[in-house]
Ligand binder design. Structure first.
Ligand code: MLT
Ligand code: MN
Length: 309
């Protein structure tokens, strides 16, 4: 199975368009230790020919341009992209669907909850319903990814609910502290190559590490994990925002209940941060925080990162 990181940054990207934080400034100046990153998405393939997107970032047009594996290869209209699997309805994970217009056969997989959101927004009909099918995934059930031509990708995904929050643009303040979030709003994926048995987990958003989740990923070969913030109040401290990570549905990398601490106890062969916010110092190759995560056995993903498992 092949995995290509299309975008390693959180919503807004690195640098974010309106951000003049020193990190964003370094990225904007093409500082070699502050590599620019687009918004979070990976592409997955069994054979290196046909690919499924895992989330569709607003930067998808640029991501396709920069990854020739996703370029048309034959005929006048063609794409190696067979479809997309969505883990939530965040703008950084669904807006890219609009780039996939119009009459290209595709299959979209998401929870019924997220499909309902797409259905309620008719702009997503630019993906011509005659050519694009929408499949509801069932939590905790392994499902084979099928190409629009009916053949198998040779890849199976098992979606499962993880702690998180409904997308920012769907928050309902009248519904209390969790803004009306339900189980199907934020999922993680266990992904398996049916032939080789190679497996990994993809979880670009996770609000807390529960005992159940820890037990599930214990012993995994590889995990892509939410790397949004270094500390919970980072955006407030740095003067660029008013929200904590917890308010946004993201656990932080550092701290007692942070990702480094909580995953240190688990045997996971390869641990990779993805969905990293522009303020997070792990984005900088020369930061002490980068040294800390690397010393703890973590990798910080970057656009174009290629992994074969
Ligand atoms: C998030 O991951 O918290 C969201 O993408 C935030 C946003 O929609 O800007
Ligand atoms: Mn996001």
């Amino acid at each position: 199975m092949k995995i290509r990181v299309l975008g390693a940054a959180a919503g807004g990207g690195f640098p974010q368009w309106n951000c003049n934080h020193p990190n964003s400034r370094r990225a904007r100046q093409n500082d070699s230790a502050a590599s620019q990153r687009t918004q979070s998405s990976i592409a997955v393939s069994g054979d290196g020919e046909d690919w499924f997107l895992f989330n569709a970032s607003p930067d998808l047009r640029q991501q396709i341009k920069e990854n020739d594996i996703l370029h048309p290869k034959k005929d006048l209209r063609h794409s190696p992209i067979q479809g997309a699997v969505l883990t939530n309805a965040d703008v950084d994970h669904v807006a890219g669907l609009l780039n996939l217009r119009e009459s290209q056969p595709l299959r979209l997989y998401a929870t019924q909850r997220v499909l309902d959101v797409l259905q309620a927004n008719s702009i997503f009909n630019v993906l011509n319903p005659k050519f694009v099918s929408r499949e509801a995934v069932v939590l905790d059930k392994a499902q084979e990814l099928i190409k629009p031509d009916g053949s198998s990708m040779g890849i199976e995904v098992t979606p499962f609910a993880i702690p998180g929050k409904v997308a920012l643009w769907l928050e309902d303040a009248s519904k209390g502290d969790n803004f009306g979030s339900v189980e199907e709003d934020t999922i993680a994926l266990e992904v398996e190559d049916i032939q080789s048995g190679a497996r990994f987990y993809y979880m670009p958003a996770c609000a807390t590490m529960t005992e159940e989740l820890a037990a599930r990923i214990h012993g995994a070969d590889m995990v892509f994990f939410d790397g949004t913030l270094w500390v919970d109040d980072e955006m407030i401290r740095e003067g660029v925002g008013i929200k904590t990570g917890q308010r946004m549905g993201h656990m932080s990398v550092s701290g007692e209940k942070g990702t480094l601490a909580r995953l240190a106890e688990l045997e996971i062969k390869r641990k990779i941060f993805i969905h990293i916010n522009t303020t997070n110092p792990i984005l900088l190759d020369d930061s002490k925080e980068r040294q800390i995560v690397e010393a703890a056995g973590w990798e910080v993903s970057f656009d174009g990162m290629q992994i074969d498992i």
